[in-house]
Write a protein that binds this ligand. Structure first.
Ligand code: MYA
Length: 431
């Protein structure tokens, strides 16, 4: 998520529209952030200290084994009734197939979900997106958990899980991907989040699943890796007008527009939208590519059909089919996550594309991603965001992405990995 969190990070503005150069490690910003992170590490976490997650104290302790922190218990020993909520509230299972429930979830998130640090933008996941994100193959309705006010039935909190097979080094582990944790603004800081996390954990355990993956913009015990969002302006004038980015030093608006201008048409022969008939070939490409990362999803064809097949305003995927051999050689994809623009007279929505999974075997990755930018521009996106995961670093600066000020931390629940990973070792994008 930054202007997009996934799943977890903030819709962070790009502080400088002209910063094609990354910060170096000595910049004041980086130093300040490191100090901040050190302070955060020293902070007590009343809830997280009780959970089977890597603890800050364990950092650097090479004697601890990689793998599950706690062994599974027999399902019969998993608590069979839900955790207690404060007396005014009750649990509800949210049926995302139901139009009115889906609208309630959409409204809760649109008004209360992740904002950037300056409260200028807030994620605005669409209803279609939520349905896509929450109903992958084998999903459990019971993992779409809401909290209502007993008297009015108003939905005031939400948390979700979806099942996934995630490979950590050599082991494929059944996990829950946890997302969309949200407590209504008026109910914050009342320790509702820990109850919600415990309840989703209980429901995941009931399916005999004992591990989870999640991301967040805040530092908790203990990140597996910490990534940064990069932003590629597609509509620089709007981005500057709404305060997402700033006009660079010694830059005029017209020079900035020229700087970010893209060709009208894609350049790679055989570049086209993915179709149903491509699922097997795309699965092969993805499996081969993702195999090189320390942590990555273990996609099969049904996962690829669900996660990659284009859906308007939700997810877009393109591939390169060799015009002679018809072999599918390259693949790129992005998902659509707009942000509400808070308090702007002229604009209410920022249309953002988020790089998802990209695989280049024959076309240079730089050229493939430039084609992705060209189609995203044509589709009227204002900005194209990408994390510095997988091989993304190799194209970010050259394609004029600028580093954002938002970090996204990745976490595993009940699974220890020896040393934190570098973002390039991560092959996982959460929504
Ligand atoms: S990340 C997106 C999170 N959502 C937002 O940022 C939306 C806007 N904010 C809110 O709605 C609230 O501020 C939330 C916290 C709901 C975030 N992940 O109730 P509290 C800990 C994990 O008084 P509130 C996403 O969706 C916090 O450190 N923990 O706080 C992935 C403290 O614990 P401790 C978090 O502000 C979610 C406690 O909660 C997060 O009213 C993954 C305070 O509770 C966070 N993002 O509500 C969840 N924020 O004292 C974990 C705060 O120990 C899944 N906290 O520091 C774990 C795996 C579960 C499944 C396991 C299966 C095996």
């Amino acid at each position: 998520m930054v202007l997009g969190d996934s799943s977890g990070g903030n819709p962070n503005p790009n502080p400088d529209a002209n910063q094609a150069a990354a910060e170096d490690d000595t910049s004041i910003d980086v130093l300040a952030r490191n100090i901040q992170d050190t302070l955060t590490v020293g902070k007590r976490h009343r809830f997280w200290e009780t959970q089977p997650v890597g603890q800050f104290n364990d950092l650097g302790d090479s004697t601890l084994p990689e793998g599950p922190i706690e062994a599974p218990t027999p399902i019969s020993e998993v608590k069979s009734d839900p955790y207690n909520l404060p007396a005014l509230y009750e649990w509800t299972t949210c049926d995302m197939d139901d139009e009115s429930t889906c609208a309630e979830v959409y409204n809760l998130l649109t008004n209360n979900y992740v904002e950037d640090d300056e409260n200028m933008f807030r994620f605005n996941y669409s209803k279609e997106f939520l349905r896509w994100a929450l109903r992958p193959p084998g999903y459990y309705k019971s993992w779409h958990i809401g909290v209502r006010v007993k008297s009015s039935k108003k939905l005031v909190a939400f948390i979700t899980g979806v099942p996934a097979r995630i490979r950590v080094r050599g082991d494929v582990v059944r996990m829950a991907e946890i997302n969309f944790l949200c407590v209504h603004k008026k109910l914050r800081s009342k320790r509702l989040a820990p109850v919600m996390i415990k309840e989703v954990t209980r429901r995941v355990h009931l399916e005999n699943i004992w591990q989870a993956a999640y991301t967040a913009g805040i530092v908790l015990p203990t990140p597996v890796t910490t990534c940064r969002y990069w932003h590629r302006s597609l509509n620089p004038k709007k981005l500057i007008d709404v305060g997402f980015s700033r006009l660079g030093a010694r830059m005029t608006m017209s020079r900035t527009i020229r700087l970010y201008k893209l060709p009208e048409a894609t350049v790679t022969p055989g570049f086209r939208k993915m179709e149903l008939r491509d699922v097997a070939a795309v699965t092969r490409l993805l499996r081969e590519y993702l195999g090189q990362f320390a942590v990555a999803p273990d996609f099969d064809e049904s996962d690829v059909e669900h996660w990659m097949l284009p859906q308007e305003n939700v997810v877009d995927s393109f591939l390169v089919e060799n015009p002679e051999t018809h072999e599918v050689t390259d693949f790129c994809s992005f998902y659509t996550l707009p942000s509400s623009i808070l308090n702007n007279q002229n604009y209410s929505l920022l249309k953002a594309a988020y790089s998802y999974y990209n695989v280049a075997t024959k076309t240079p990755l730089l050229q493939l991603m430039n084609d992705a930018l060209i189609v995203a521009k044509k589709m009227d996106y204002d900005v194209f965001n990408a994390l510095d995961v997988m091989h993304n670093e190799s194209f970010l600066k050259e394609l004029k992405f600028g580093p954002g000020d938002g970090q996204l931390h990745y976490y595993l629940y009940n699974y220890r990995i020896g040393n934190p990973l570098r973002p390039q070792e991560l092959g996982l994008v959460l929504l």
